[in-house]
Design a protein. Structure first.
Length: 357
């Protein structure tokens, strides 16, 4: 359920500016969630933020004081954060090294994350290296992913002693679809095995993000497990901290009754505005109170205004009868920060306006 205070703020905003799709971000809730999880975390766990999962300067500048650093993978992402770097920040450059020419005036610690062996040739000979690894093959994520170095590729590095000594971090990312606590633990064990065999200078293990499938108790158990290992750990979760505080809002353009329920066409589009977002619930804001209302408790299908057949935001059956009309607004929850990155116009459908609450 969407908080009533948030709905009121969105309602007022839609009264002032009714037209056009919007994405609202509750910045305070995101910061509070970060602080809550940080309070639970052990002393040997740092949080960095993957810029790609919410590439907006207002957001990144707001969270910079409460995290340890950033992960970035291209010039656009780097430009969004370079003004907030400090001598204390830890920053991971993933498969991206073009910013080295700007290092002379930058602050912070940098480690270069390698996903392909030939990228090592692009680095200065004294650069600290992080290796992104494929998860164990017995895991679904290890079998399916195209990202990360295989065991065979790691073995090929083993004979290069100078190179192995430059490796200070191992990095994996299991994704958010079906990750379990045991998956994370077994992949950490794999990393510890590589440290024992090849990487004596290892100082940290980066467990990536993809923790949205974990319960709060799973997190407590993970933090306890990590606290008993004599290494620094890094977590770069993005979606976990943001999607419960981001909302998509569209104005109702048309209504159509069908045998199964009601189709509601809005100016908010999954294809344009909610890429990589999976709304779970919706609210209707009666911003046109004087309009004649349609009343229904049937299944409602919320549709985007593009020509794509699959542009469906959400299909849900309300718990009670709802009333709505053209011109009213629909609010959907669980919008990912990745939607900010994908947000775009298409054939007359405008990009969503980003609004911070």
């Amino acid at each position: 359920m969407i908080d009533q205070k948030i709905l009121k703020q969105i309602y007022i905003s839609c009264l002032k500016e009714p037209n056009g799709p919007k994405i609202f971000i509750d910045l305070k809730s995101i910061k509070d969630r970060f602080l809550e999880i940080k309070d639970m975390a052990p002393a040997n766990l740092d949080f960095i933020f993957p810029v790609k999962s919410f590439p907006h300067s207002t957001f990144l500048h707001a969270i910079a004081p409460i995290i340890s650093g950033f992960e970035f993978s291209n010039q656009n992402e780097f430009n969004l954060i370079k003004e907030v770097l400090s001598p204390d920040t830890t920053n991971l450059a993933s498969n991206f090294f073009n910013h080295e020419s700007e290092r002379s005036f930058l602050k912070g610690n940098f480690c270069y994350d390698i996903g392909y062996l030939d990228q090592i040739d692009d680095l200065a000979p004294d650069s600290a290296i992080s290796l992104r690894l494929k998860p164990p093959l017995e895991l679904y994520q290890g079998e399916k992913t195209r990202f990360g170095l295989s065991e065979e590729e790691i073995q090929s590095l083993a004979s290069q002693d100078k190179l192995c000594k430059r490796v200070i971090s191992l990095h994996f990312h299991l994704g958010f679809e079906r990750t379990t606590l045991e998956d994370i633990k077994s992949t950490i064990e794999m990393c510890l095995g590589y440290r024992e065999k090849h990487f004596s200078n290892l100082t940290s293990i980066n467990i990536g993000g993809g923790i949205t499938t974990l319960s709060k108790q799973d997190l407590v158990d993970l933090f306890t497990y990590i606290s008993n290992i004599d290494l620094k750990f890094v977590m770069e979760a993005g979606r976990y901290f943001t999607e419960n505080a981001c909302y998509g809002v569209g104005q109702i353009l048309s209504l159509r009754e069908r045998p199964h329920g009601i189709d509601i066409l809005t100016d908010l589009s999954r294809e344009c505005h909610l890429k990589w977002a999976w709304p779970k619930s919706f609210n209707i804001l009666n911003t046109r109170p004087n309009q004649q209302k349609t009343k229904s408790s049937k299944t409602i299908q919320i549709l985007g205004n593009t020509a794509f057949e699959g542009d469906t935001l959400l299909s849900a059956t309300p718990e009670r009868e709802l009333s709505f009309s053209k011109g009213d607004h629909i609010v959907v929850d669980n919008v990912s920060g990745y939607s900010i990155a994908w947000n775009h116009s298409f054939n007359g459908v405008p990009a969503a306006k980003i609004i911070f609450l």
